[in-house]
Write a protein that binds this ligand. Sequence first.
Ligand SMILES: *Cc1c(COP(=O)(O)O)cnc(C)c1O
Length: 343
Amino acid sequence: MKAIDLRSDTVTQPSEAMRKAIFSAAVGDDVYQEDPAVHELETLGADMAGKEASIFMASGTQGNLIALLAQCVSGDGVILGEDSHIYNYERGGLAVLGGLMPFLARESEGLPLEEDVFRWCRSTNVHFNTAKMVCLENTHNRGGGRAVPPETFRAFAEKARSRGLLIHLDGARLWNAAVKYQVPLRSYTECVDTVQLCLSKGLGAPVGSLLCGSREVVERAREWRKMVGGGMRQAGLLAAAGTYALKNNLSRLVDDHRHAALLAELLRHGGLKVRYDEFSTNMVFLDARSLSCSAADLTKRCASRGVLFSGMGDFLRCVTHLDVTEEDVCAAAEVILHELGNA
Ligand SMILES: *Cc1c(COP(=O)(O)O)cnc(C)c1O
């Protein structure tokens, strides 16, 4: 039995064609900046983001961390949404490695609340450390995979900029937002200073992220990346998978969104409370408080029948990706509803 793995869009397997692209990549030593495959990916990423430069990172966590290290100094405040990935899931790297202080903001509809953000933009005073930057996340993971529309996003960014804040976008799944609203990636990235884009989520590459920004910030990021051990040698083997993913797996993200919508509809039809609306993308959140058994029990029962999903607070998260077909989604809904009926 093939498992239907809805835990995350990070579980995808490289396809035959992607493996061929890896196999045939021309590579060199990327610490010497002599790897043509890395160069090709970085050029493509910078162009898509409308930035001067981009740099290949080992992971999204590394890309986010280095974006902050390259633009802030120890003691600076970084405004973070309280549900953001950077605050919740990255081991507090900004504080541990950067001496940066998280300034928290409540969030609503995928963005930090303006009143909370601007509360940190305080006048100069001997007591206060500076709010240097605000980090945004789109699509928003803990926000249910919510894609903030480009106009709303830009309006927020302009206000933040007018208060003198730098803006870093954690765009691990920004591709999903761009595809959903059928806009070029630039519609989101032109109004931010730096953006981190994951290649290993919905795009289906095995490893890597791009950090895009000005030439100056990317050069500083290169120094920080070396310091934290992220200078990789023949990294083109990994970058080739990223380039393949950008050229072949981007537009198909609409399929993931369609599959997620179908899953939500089937579960709702079965009487379950799910979070999936007009802003949703490739994630369906099932409200675990409304179940007839415990979330842990349902997770275990479904796993034993080959349907995997993950827990997130009061919700069970199901994520669609390129290894999940329409039939898989129907089968998964059937298993979930069946197991609940038997609970
Ligand atoms: C996955 C993810 C990251 C981190 O990426 P890794 O490659 O797992 O380190 C950052 N932000 C968001 C929103 C993510 O979903």
